[in-house]
Design a protein around this ligand. Sequence first.
Ligand code: ADP
Ligand code: MG
Length: 330
Amino acid sequence: MNVKDEFSFISKITPRHTHQSSLKVAIGDDAAVYSGTDLFDEVICVDTMVEGIHFRKDTLTPYQIGKKALAVNLSDLAAMGAVPHYYLVSIAIPKSWSEEQLEAVYHGMKDLADQFKVDLIGGDTVSIQESLVITVTVIGRVEKNRSLLRSSAEVGDNVFVTGYVGGSAAGLSLLLEKGNEASYFDHEQELIKAHQEPVPQVRAGRIFAQSNERISLNDVSDGLASEANEIAEASQVTLLLYEEKLPLHPAMSANELDQQLDAALYGGEDFQLIGTASKETFPLIQAECKRQGISLHLIGEVIDNQPAVYLKKENEKILLSKKGYNHFSK
Ligand code: ADP
Ligand code: MG
């Protein structure tokens, strides 16, 4: 790519003015929101996966490529607190892909779509020279004015994350090292599965939206450090994360701690939800998550009104940039 910084590119192309008065959330969050009926807002997002960049035939099967292409979009809708309803698929097909393999891609999407009662309603099919490109658009809805934004965090909030983090990156490392044909221990297979078949946290997103409380939310597509920074920037607040509270995927426990932290903070593709809620709200949503079999971990707090993220590690406080460590003494 000839674009140096994706974020500054996006800000350059973001329109300064919009035309439609129904628009509620434009570029800048996990999905866009515009008003629909009296009771609901519409939520829509799109994501692309490219062969050789986001997957290879030896890291994901065609079935898993389809499933994941839909899952990443359902995750963006989950991060808004929305219920997914419809999806559209645009696919650019190179000669190296057989019709059978393409059917498997759609089979993977359908299995996940059936689970969430989402319908395929359109798309586009074209040829391409080299690599498969698959673009999925998902449309859903959320109760009026209840979409959960990255910009809602406030000083004093607790910071939380659903499920475990780091598993996907650890699974990808195994696949890149040994390939998908190798024999793996059970715990390694668990990590590989976390990478190949991530589960979007739609139900957790719905618990947060239906709580009717102020909750900021983002999905973990690029690693905790990057996602926490997106909340910090959108809300203009400082997040302090506690290293010992990060829910590192238990199947990674044989790895060095530094490796586990690296996977959780910078690996990405866990598709869990990170967010903040007031200290009064947090126990309520945690209890409801528990009732529904979802683990919600308290990992930090919002401490200040400057956009930054720190990791507290014993006596050290480390500034977490979007990518890579930046040591900071305190
Ligand atoms: P996420 O953080 O959920 O992965 P991205 O970083 O892909 O989202 O995008 C950030 C925001 O910029 C989103 O609101 C997205 O819709 C928007 N966006 C990304 N790329 C483009 C583009 N090429 N044109 C218009 N909007 C874009
Ligand atoms: Mg997102």
